[in-house]
Design a protein around this ligand. Structure first.
Ligand code: PSU
Ligand code: MN
Length: 305
């Protein structure tokens, strides 16, 4: 089986490769399952445009009818946003979904693998997966974390999605040897919130981050880099942090009581939070995604200079 038989570049991404333009990969689970309709498609288009505005080419990655697509057409984006017949694909799912000609939205871990195959060095997301609360019982640890220790791709994020156990996630990132780089911050951000007590190494510009990536990839120190970018205006700016955290707890407990499991948990919790906070959560989520897109584009520009 030749590579072209199962991997396909969009014309925009192919042209960027030929011209040597910087490219930023975008994960697609947020589009299919992370944000409510119809905001998901609008926000996704805005992410792509923030990247284009900076002379960088966005490459949203997904499996469409068994093809690994690097860069998606408008119709393909609409199909993923509709999410009918779309499955959440992490690293373990890539091979079987290609062989069985399925359609899948890619997690951070799967996007890292695909980006690496496509020779793309930088990707963007909202929040990565992490070590779940009660992981000592349920063993739920996201492949995003193990992949960050293996595949040389930089992931620009606002930290870990809020329903995870942040302390355990930070420990696990350390165990796996993943460098965590704070963009203009020396504290790990907490997705909807700007900061925590967990220290990270502070980098002050996109150029400085790009120079770290150049060194790490050239020196072949295995694995990727997690870049964490605190949102400029967090939930704490619209309601007391204690109240916001109580609502998050409440939504997670509701999910448990309703027997919501696995991949369905994040969409359930997020949609409950959107209701409970009168859409404030959604505004913060949108803001951090766009801000991460800008940072990823700036890092990619500096990397390819
Ligand atoms: N952050 C969110 N919503 C999401 C995700 C992250 O706020 O839906 C997705 C990302 O695609 C991430 C994935 O890679 O969840 C992690 O899934 P898991 O824990 O099953 O590895
Ligand atoms: Mn998980």
């Amino acid at each position: 089986m030749r590579l072209e038989e199962w991997m396909e570049f969009s014309e925009e991404v192919l042209a960027a490769k030929e011209k040597g333009l910087p490219i930023v990969a975008i994960e697609s689970v947020v589009l299919s399952f992370g944000l409510p309709k119809p905001d998901n498609l609008r926000v996704h288009r805005a992410i792509e445009n923030e990247i284009r505005k900076r002379g960088v080419v966005p490459a949203t990655i997904a499996i469409i009818d068994g093809k690994l697509k690097i860069g998606l057409s408008e119709t393909e984006l609409e199909r993923l946003a509709e999410s009918k017949g779309v499955e959440k694909a992490s690293k373990r799912d890539l091979a079987w979904m290609i062989v069985k000609k399925r359609t899948g939205a890619l997690t951070v871990a799967a996007t890292m693998v695909a980006a690496h195959l496509a020779r793309i060095k930088i990707m963007v997301t909202g929040g990565i997966g992490g070590v779940a609360r009660k992981a000592e019982e349920n063993f739920d640890i996201s492949t995003d974390l193990t992949e960050l220790s293996r595949t040389p791709v930089a992931v620009v994020s606002s930290g870990v999605k809020s329903i995870m156990d942040l302390r355990k996630t930070v420990e696990f990132l350390e165990t796996m040897g993943v460098p965590v780089i704070g963009y203009k911050t020396d504290r790990f951000p907490a997705f909807y919130f700007k900061t925590t007590d967990y220290p990270v190494v502070k980098f002050d510009s996109a150029e400085e981050v790009a120079s770290l990536l150049k060194f790490k990839f050239k020196a072949r120190i295995p694995g990727g880099v997690l870049v964490v970018n605190p949102v400029s205006k967090g939930l704490e700016d619209v309601m007391p942090q204690e109240k916001a955290e109580k609502l998050i707890e409440k939504a997670i407990i509701e999910a448990e009581m309703k027997g919501v499991k696995g991949g369905a948990v994040t969409p359930f919790v997020l949609s409950r939070l959107v209701e409970m906070t009168d859409r404030e959560v959604l505004k913060v989520n949108e803001r951090l995604l766009l801000e991460n897109a800008v940072l990823a584009a700036n890092i990619a520009s500096a990397y390819y200079l």
